[in-house]
Design a protein around this ligand. Structure first.
Ligand code: NAD
Length: 441
């Protein structure tokens, strides 16, 4: 059993902390957000993730995990300190490393014994070297602090499962001591470990995320062409998926990728390439396709309707994907403001994301338009002139084609998630536009 501290209790830090506690380690999670810390101490998870709250409560009761804002007490005696703070995108596309630097400084001022600092946050290649130097520059006590890279691959919505049953653990180290300690920490998980040097570990994270982003943008590009040539992208994807070299995952065309990782990590890698005088053309293409994809349905609808002014617009789903309350880079965040600008009366439904969305777009009038948050899909659809589907929540998938026909004033549906077979919508007389498939009018 090792003493672990975790800096940052977001999706990555909190889930890692809870899972290390579940594996028997003694964990202290640190965050600067006092409100968050108090919430976690009372057994409430600040984020929505399957099983997270249950494991927080179980391990808190067992005395294996605690939460604090007092970083010094958490870091001073730790065997390993995991850093899981944010590395958000800056205006030029590069990653903002200021949160990492703050934690590095706090660690340097706090540690009183040798320890391993493990960077879980996604950081540009070479950052771990700099963090190690930075800590050494500011070290107060005469101790040894080494830095290792351990990028995180969890997906929001299945974060706990993805951590407990990860497909691989990547560890990037520069010494046998660091490699052995990290391997020991992960030993109870009994998962495949890939051990490489620090720079390769940092690169594996970007290369993996950007590959997935590319796969999505590729399918969206193909989908747009499918519409023009009379093919059906879902049939195309099905046919492709039988090829082991392609695989069956991430072949769904849709309204583009969102979330806190793909958009930021594609831009960050492109920025890294630029700094090295290299033109990373494939990743650039993925970014460009995604930018256009996000407002594609809005543009189609605007052309079809001429104006949204005074129309009731049902918006089903606000989060960037189901199973999370996260809105970062969600398609809704681009489309809803466009609809409001155009004078639409938006009726938005999301089972968990509405509260966060209302912080950015409070209920009420916005210029010519307005937004109302409703508790059911029926309320959103009742007498609506048009409906946009942005997130494929179970509650949204449960809406039958007949409900659009019967509840809406005009059954005009723009589906960014290809939820329905086109023929089913056609059968009940719904005008249905989706991605990469022929529209039915
Ligand atoms: P997040 O924004 O949800 O959480 C970051 C947390 O760090 C916040 O709670 C913030 O209050 C806290 N924090 C900031 N400064 C601090 C400090 N000095 N000490 C302690 N806490 C501090 O971030 P996230 O989504 O968990 O992402 C963290 C990193 O992991 C990013 O680099 C991201 O790219 C990477 N990542 C995220 C995911 C994901 O799905 N969210 C997956 C893999 C990797």
């Amino acid at each position: 059993m090792k003493k672990i501290a975790v800096a940052g209790t977001g999706y990555v830090g909190l889930v890692a902390g809870v899972c290390f506690a579940e594996m028997g380690h003694s964990v202290t999670c640190v965050d600067i957000d006092e409100e968050k810390v108090n919430l976690m101490r009372s057994g409430v998870s600040p984020i929505f993730e399957d099983r997270l709250e249950e494991l927080m409560q179980k391990n808190y009761a067992a005395g294996r995990i605690e939460y604090t804002t007092d970083y010094a007490s958490a870091y001073e005696e730790a065997d390993a300190i995991f850093i899981g703070v944010g590395t958000p995108e800056q205006p030029d596309g590069s990653a903002n490393l200021s949160y990492i630097a703050t934690v590095a400084r706090q660690i340097a001022e706090s540690v009183v014994k040798d320890c391993l600092v493990v960077v879980k946050s996604t950081v540009p290649v070479g950052t771990n070297d700099k963090v190690e130097q930075f800590i050494s520059d500011f070290l107060v006590n005469d101790v040894r602090v080494e830095v290792a890279s351990n990028p995180e691959f969890l997906a929001q919505g299945s974060a706990v499962k993805d951590t407990l049953y990860a497909e691989r653990i990547i560890i990037g180290t520069e010494s046998t001591w660091a490699e052995e300690l990290l391997t020991e920490l992960y030993q109870p998980f009994n998962l495949p470990i890939v051990s490489v040097n620090r720079r390769s570990a940092e690169m594996i994270k970007y290369a993996s995320n950007d590959f997935l982003a590319l796969k999505i943008s590729y399918m969206n590009d193909i989908a747009n062409l499918c519409e023009l040539v009379g093919a059906d992208v879902q049939d195309v994807a099905k046919g492709m998926s039988f090829d082991d070299r392609i695989g069956s995952k991430f072949l769904n065309a849709g309204i583009g990728y969102g979330g806190s990782c793909f958009p930021k990590d594609t831009k960050a890698l492109e920025h890294i390439a630029q700094q090295h005088g290299y033109d990373l053309r494939t990743v650039k293409a993925a970014i460009n396709v995604n930018t256009d994809q996000k407002t594609m349905l809005y543009k189609k609808a605007r052309n079809r309707l001429i104006t949204f002014n005074g129309l009731k617009v049902a918006v089903l789903g606000l989060t960037f994907k189901p199973g999370t309350d996260d809105l970062r880079e969600a398609a809704s965040l681009e489309n809803v403001p466009l609809l409001l600008e155009q004078g639409a009366d938006v009726y938005a439904f999301d089972p968990v994301g509405a509260e966060n969305f209302a912080r950015v777009h409070p209920e009420g009038q916005h210029g010519r338009g307005s937004i109302t948050y409703v508790a059911s899909v029926e309320e959103a659809l009742q007498d609506a002139n048009v409906c946009f589907i942005f997130t494929e929540w179970g509650e949204v998938k449960a809406v039958t084609p007949a409900m659009y026909k019967n509840l809406m004033r005009t059954s005009l549906v723009y589906d960014g998630r290809n939820i329905y077979p086109v023929a089913d919508m056609q059968a009940v007389g719904v005008e249905y536009h989706s991605i990469g498939r022929q529209a039915v009018e």
